[in-house]
Design a protein around this ligand. Sequence first.
Ligand SMILES: *Cc1c(COP(=O)(O)O)cnc(C)c1O
Length: 373
Amino acid sequence: MNAPRPPALPFVDLQAQYTALRESIHARMQKVLDHGQFIMGPEVAELEARLADRTGARHCVTCASGTEALLIALMALGIRPGDEVVTTPFTFVATAEMIVLLGAKPVFVDIAPDTCNIDVARIEAAVTPRTRAILPVSLYGQPADMDEINALAARHGIAVIEDGAQSFGATYKGRPSCNLSTIGCTSFFPSKPLGCYGDGGALFTSDDSLATAMREIRVHGQSGRYRHTRIGLGGRMDTLQCAVVLAKLERFAWEIEQRQRIGRRYDELLRPLAGIQLLSVRPDRTSVYAQYTIRVPGRDAVQEALRARGIPTAVHYPAPLHRQPAYAGRFESGGDLSHSEQISREVLSLPMHADLRPESQEAIAKAVAQSLA
Ligand SMILES: *Cc1c(COP(=O)(O)O)cnc(C)c1O
């Protein structure tokens, strides 16, 4: 007889989180089933108040997804065909996709290789009279260089949208991600650091008129019932999903601590290994490690070797967006993009979640060492 296989190691362990929060999640969801206000029920306002409070932003507006948050942010700023938005090509597609969807052009600026966030030193050269906004991404859970980006944007009189889909809960100089610029956007996709059980997202701003615009755009541009004063969309977050996030907030602070402890432990375990490069978290900020990502030349072979050892990994992202077929002819290059190209061939994300056990982490690090050999 074969020995029983060890239980598969998950990349993100939503099951362990659910087990820990089962009662609160059930109670919260049951309450929604009982009151029956599935759209814009009381949990929506409750979650918005909690998240606004957490970030310090005057307004939080929940919406259907992180993608929708980006779209609503761009629409609230009045981004139109012919406008340019400076962003990074090394991100999830939604960042640039929503710019293109509005008929505007993403202007891609390369990344800093130590963090994989947009290289702030290269932004100025990419700004033109058509630039209407800068859209940095706080990739892998670490805020971008927001002060420098905000200062540059202020000099040009343009807005800054932080794509904080991966960084909710992180801090920058002690201030919370998603409240670091004109508008912050996040996602509650199940595997994000703060996730729901479906799609969800949120926008943050301290600008009252932008908040009004965002709330109206979320519901078909309504300023009153059946009074449509602007073009909007059906972009609400379900009450049930808000209830799930409210339950998950109960141990979110603990989860962030665990993620950071696990991130530091990976650094310790992997730093001695020749053949891989660690990314860095800058000393003035924290990461929530939406991903724990390393750089390794010959990545595909290492990933295959890890798969053979039962270690799931992922690649965020295998190609920069200027190399994606749909974007041909739809973007401008804001300078040389070679870091994005090189790094997309090297990045490898390892299992990361708050319930990752120390012995599993040691086993992962050992498997990485063996896979490099
Ligand atoms: C996940 C993600 C999004 C999109 O969020 P969804 O909720 O999946 O629509 C946008 N930008 C980045 C950087 C992301 O990681």
